[in-house]
Design a protein around this ligand. Structure first.
Ligand code: SAM
Length: 291
């Protein structure tokens, strides 16, 4: 029989908490409240990361304890929603980790482009937040592949668990601060791929929007995309316990085409069991290849 999210939450609640610490109890009650009020399941997320995110709400409400915050959450749907948004937060940027994209463009994408037999290009960003990463990939492939793209069937898919982020991704309108790295390093891209939109905002052009799709997917529970050339999963594993990271790495291995690539965030690495599935192509840029 399958364990439901609610049962798992209860198990976690019973197993892991220190009953002599009221703050610990309140922390777990807050998690259970979120899990009941959403489709989120934090069973294998790291407590340290979750606590840090919840404390962001505490600070902005000038509340000192999880206990006080748990009380405030009672019958307060608006705050519950704020909390969920804060936990699934989505700090991201166009060309975040610039050198990673330069490495991918100059090495991996360039080689893919030169492969005359290639007919498809399939790339999945598995925790795309508000879309900056996916549009960055789109711009990168447009730069590298140029007119060769017209002859390719391109699937570039961004997925995330968070509705609000996906709404922003679909709209494709960004404040200029999210474009800082792009504007400083590739100023010509601003005009080439964006149109000004309102005060200090830029909208992604239709030519880029057209090759990108966004879907809601939980990388833990939902079906994955198959036959991928590259999977980006950046700055998500930091939230996951090691056993969950290994489970997802196994699935990514199945999702990728032979010799396909996996790109992780700058503070994430593949260790342990994962080393049998992936070899490192660039240690610095966290680029791995399926074995
Ligand atoms: C810090 S952002 C990373 C954005 C982007 N990949 C980057 O590195 O700039 C983490 C994203 O993971 C998403 N997320 C958290 N748990 C998830 C899950 N189980 N499945 C899919 N996305 C998830 C959050 O909603 C958030 O948008």
């Amino acid at each position: 029989m399958q364990t439901t999210s609610w049962q798992k939450g209860t198990l976690r609640f019973l197993e892991n908490y220190n009953p002599s610490d009221p703050e610990e109890i309140s922390f777990r009650l807050i998690l259970r409240k979120i899990e009941k009020g959403s489709t989120l399941d934090f069973t294998s997320y790291k407590d340290k990361c979750l606590k840090r995110r919840i404390r962001v709400r505490l600070r902005s409400l000038e509340i000192d304890s999880f206990t006080e915050y748990f009380e405030l959450l009672q019958n307060n749907e608006k705050e519950l929603k704020e909390l969920i948004d804060t936990i699934t937060i989505n700090v991201t940027q166009f060309f975040r980790d610039l050198t990673t994209f330069q490495f991918l463009m100059e090495n991996i994408m360039q080689v893919m482009c030169e492969d005359k037999a290639r007919e498809t290009l399939r790339i999945w960003s598995a925790a795309c937040a508000s879309g900056e990463e996916v549009y960055t990939i789109a711009i990168a492939i447009m730069e590298v592949f140029g007119r060769r793209l017209e002859k390719l069937k391109v699937d570039l898919i961004g997925t995330d668990i968070d509705d609000k982020s996906l709404e922003l991704a679909n709209a494709g309108v960004y404040p200029s601060k999210n474009l800082r790295v792009l504007a400083e390093n590739y100023p010509s891209y601003l005009e080439k791929y964006f149109v000004p939109s309102g005060k200090d905002n830029f909208k992604i052009k239709d030519s880029v929007r057209r090759i990108v799709q966004f879907k809601k997917r939980d990388v833990i529970k939902d079906p994955h995309y198959l036959n991928m050339d590259i999977i980006f999963c950046r700055n998500l594993f930091i939230y996951f316990e090691k056993s969950l990271q290994e489970r997802i790495l196994n699935r990514f291995h199945e999702d990728l085409l032979p010799n396909g690539y996996l790109v992780l965030g700058k503070v994430e690495t593949i260790l342990g069991m994962g080393e049998k599935l992936f070899k490192s192509i660039s240690v610095k840029e966290r680029v791995y290849q399926k074995i």
